[in-house]
Design a protein around this ligand. Structure first.
Ligand code: ADP
Ligand code: ADP
Length: 229
């Protein structure tokens, strides 16, 4: 059994008498510690897929399991526990708390997980050892995303889910953030899944899952992913 197993998942959204099938019979599996990308145009179902993996919403049918835990059959309180304990999230717009400094923003998650890493060590790993006491208003976009990555990793999650993590950054900064995500994935042996419409990320990933109109278009495994230049 692979670390991530997605089997025949379907997700319908209902509004009034309109049903939108956002995901249509998607199946794939991913190994532990790999760096993976979900690619697809806007509206193809990427965010829906990431939300399903993160236990943010329930499936219409099919199964998802992560490290042998079957998320798709969890009750609401179990899902809440799963999200808190086992999933790290990185968003396009960082979700950093403005009234706390960089260190405090990362330290917050220490209480959520008994197996968390030392916030100071993680902040140094993301290159922010000199920015510990800086407040979000004084940090650049790239630095804010580093804080957000540090916070996600500090929790010591089983899986790290990133929704357009470079979407608000210029391409040079974005490239550095991707390299950082990849380095952190290797160093802390985290399975990473990144959702994006930016196809250049595909070159550096262990696997590339392409979705189109809610269908799985293709999945490719790169034997030797390139380093980000
Ligand atoms: P095929 O070419 O027969 O389709 P693959 O080598 O593409 O087979 O993949 C078969 C299985 O091996 C996949 O379902 C996946 O679970 C696993 N796998 C292979 N390479 C990787 C990789 N780099 N990262 C994660 N899983 C992999
Ligand atoms: P992407 O992230 O690739 O842009 P989404 O997962 O956001 O795609 O959306 C996939 C499809 O599901 C789209 O047709 C979108 O309009 C629809 N959709 C997403 N969320 C909802 C929702 N809460 N209610 C109804 N339809 C939704």
């Amino acid at each position: 059994m692979s670390f991530v197993e997605v089997k025949n998942i379907i997700k319908d959204y209902y509004s009034g008498d309109i049903t939108t099938r956002a995901l249509n019979d998607i199946s794939f599996s991913l190994e532990e510690g790999t760096f993976n990308v979900i690619l697809g145009p806007s509206g193809s179902g990427k965010t829906t897929l990431l939300n399903m993996l993160g236990g943010m919403d329930t499936l219409t049918s099919g199964t998802i399991s992560i490290q042998k835990q079957t998320i798709s059959s969890m009750k609401e309180y179990e899902l809440t526990n799963y999200r808190r304990r086992y999933v790290g999230f990185v968003f396009q717009f960082y979700n950093i708390i403005p009234s706390l400094n960089a260190f405090e923003n990362v330290q917050l998650v220490e209480k959520m997980s008994p197996d968390s890493f030392d916030p100071l060590e993680i902040l140094k790993s993301v290159g922010l050892g000199h920015r510990l006491k800086s407040f979000p208003q004084n940090l650049s976009g790239g630095e804010l995303q580093r804080v957000s990555i540090a916070r996600a990793i500090c929790k010591n999650p089983e899986i790290l889910l990133c929704d357009e993590p470079t979407g608000a950054l210029d391409s040079k900064t974005g490239g550095k953030i991707l390299q950082l995500l990849k380095d952190m994935s290797l160093k802390y042996r985290k399975t990473v899944i990144i959702v994006t419409h930016n196809a250049s990320i595909a070159e550096v990933a262990d696997s590339v899952i392409r979705i189109k109109d809610g269908y799985l278009d293709s999945i490719n495994f790169n034997d030797r992913p390139k380093k980000i230049s």
